[in-house]
Design a protein around this ligand. Structure first.
Ligand code: NAG
Ligand code: NAG
Ligand code: NAG
Ligand code: NAG
Length: 352
């Protein structure tokens, strides 16, 4: 009896040893690259979904510090915490990071270590909305494609901040404290691929100077812009979406040729001080002119002539492309000018 028991314990032990060996063998066969143990580590404060091993979720946890980021991570979600600083150390192994969401924290410029961001050589998206930044952080990784800085207190852009960001396509600086003096001659130089620039809700009185040549979307709502210089649009020949709602534009503040710019498809000028319908191009499709001081609309005056480029004639056989027009909140005496359709035959929505 005793011998039998002794034997079965031995059998169990041997079985366990064999089993352990075969598990290790299977593991070794599946992972020939010899994963280090800490590749699968998960910071205690965070959640690491097994089905999405390149993501790290640390949001909404009242964190005051950034935990050490494992080297396998591509996507870091750490928004809505109490983080004040971005030191270099937690990121020293995080060389694969593509995406960092640090929105809704308490980060100041003094809290960002000099090399903390620029060491992330593959970073594409950086979200720092709703923090306490007073400057655009610098230096930034050259690989960056989107920089989201809405709702900080940014009033300064250090020299050279953008000069190497050749892949940046989107720069969002809305709801900050930018004044006209934030821009130097070369502030935007180097942003070869910038397509969307948002500076709504700042304290600009002038149009930002020398914008990148590929800008397609320019959002400047809720500033105090009074005028647009002559030839302003020559340096941004691709601008298609232009928003200037809630500014102080008057008739005399417009360029001599108005908005007769063939690239512009969507023009928003609500809540300004225009008394006349501005000049537009036959290419324009959407126009917001509501809440100005326009008194009358004479269609034979505002109707844009077809473009003179011969190849484009067919496109304009139905007249100018305008299909949406808002004119409500002006001082136009009824009856509303229904002969608008004589010029804008594609008009589908007219709000007066
Ligand atoms: C980086 O990796 C090394 C080697 O695996 C490790 O000793 C160190 O603690 C790691 N640093 C961080 C911040 O995770
Ligand atoms: C910019 O993007 C291109 C194409 O994706 C890539 O080859 C290049 O390395 C990027 N530049 C930088 C500085 O990361
Ligand atoms: C601009 O201000 C108006 C009025 O305060 C507000 O309704 C609108 O959402 C603001 N737009 C932007 C883009 O900040
Ligand atoms: C509209 O403008 C044309 C050309 O300037 C003018 O001849 C016409 O009288 C104007 N119409 C009205 C209703 O003011």
């Amino acid at each position: 009896m005793a011998a039998a028991m002794y034997f079965s314990i031995w059998a169990l032990l041997i079985a366990e040893l064999v089993c352990a060996r075969s598990v290790r063998q299977v593991h070794d066969m599946n992972e020939p690259e010899d994963w280090a143990v800490d590749d699968f580590m998960c910071p205690r404060e965070c959640f690491c979904p097994p089905s999405f091993p390149t993501a790290l979720y640390c949001e909404n946890r009242g964190l005051k510090e950034i935990p050490d980021i494992p080297s396998r991570i591509w996507y870091l979600y750490i928004e809505n915490n109490l983080i004040e600083t971005i030191p270099e150390k937690p990121f020293e192994n995080a060389t694969e990071l593509r995406w960092i969401n640090l929105n809704k924290n308490k980060i100041t410029n003094y809290g960002i270590a000099k090399g903390a961001l620029s060491q992330l050589k593959k970073l594409l998206f950086l979200f720092l909305e709703d923090n306490e930044l007073e400057e655009v952080p610098s230096p930034l990784p050259r690989s960056l494609e989107q920089l989201q800085l809405a709702r900080n207190k940014v009033s300064r852009i250090p020299q050279g901040t953008f000069s190497n960001l050749e892949n940046l396509t989107l720069l969002d600086l809305q709801h900050n404290k930018l004044l006209d003096n934030a821009f130097q001659r070369d502030t935007f130089k180097g942003l070869k691929n910038l397509m969307q620039l948002n500076m709504a809700k700042n304290a600009l009185r002038q149009m930002p100077p020398r914008l990148p040549a590929n800008t397609m979307q320019l959002f400047l709502d809720n500033n105090s812009i009074e005028a647009i210089p002559d030839n302003y649009f020559n340096v941004i020949p691709k601008v298609a979406f232009l928003r200037l709602n809630h500014n102080k534009l008057s008739d005399v503040g417009l360029p001599s040729s108005g908005f007769d710019v063939s690239s512009i498809l969507d023009l928003q000028l609500s809540y300004n001080r225009l008394t006349k319908f501005p000049r537009i191009s036959a290419h324009l499709q959407h126009l917001h002119l509501d809440h100005n001081k326009i008194k009358s609309v004479n269609v034979s005056v505002i109707c844009p002539p077809p473009p003179s480029v011969p190849g484009e004639r067919d496109l304009f056989s139905y007249g100018p492309r305008l299909n949406y027009l808002r004119l409500d909140g002006n001082e136009i005496e009824p009856p509303t000018p229904m002969d608008l359709m004589n010029c804008f035959s594609l008009l589908q929505a007219l709000i007066v």
